[in-house]
Design a protein around this ligand. Structure first.
Ligand SMILES: [Zn+2]
Length: 70
């Protein structure tokens, strides 16, 4: 893991990556110990592991986009 990837864990926020709805019943601390929540808007279930997967994929697609001539 690079320092950039490990630093992301401390910035976890219970925000649905799909519809960007913040769930105020879940905290970053509870995510770190394995909490999950179901988005009240789109119904997707999220956990820290899923958020990290989405974040890594988002960075990957952004990097690919920037590498491409526009
Ligand atoms: Zn959602």
């Amino acid at each position: 893991m690079t320092p950039l990837q490990t630093a992301d864990i401390s910035k976890l926020s219970p925000t649905c990556p799909l519809c960007h709805t913040l769930d105020r019943t879940v905290t970053a601390d509870s995510l770190r110990i394995g909490a999950t929540w179901a988005c009240t808007r789109c119904g997707q279930t999220w956990s820290a592991a899923r958020l990290e997967t989405v974040a890594v994929y988002a960075r990957y697609t952004v990097a690919r986009g920037e590498a491409r001539p526009s």
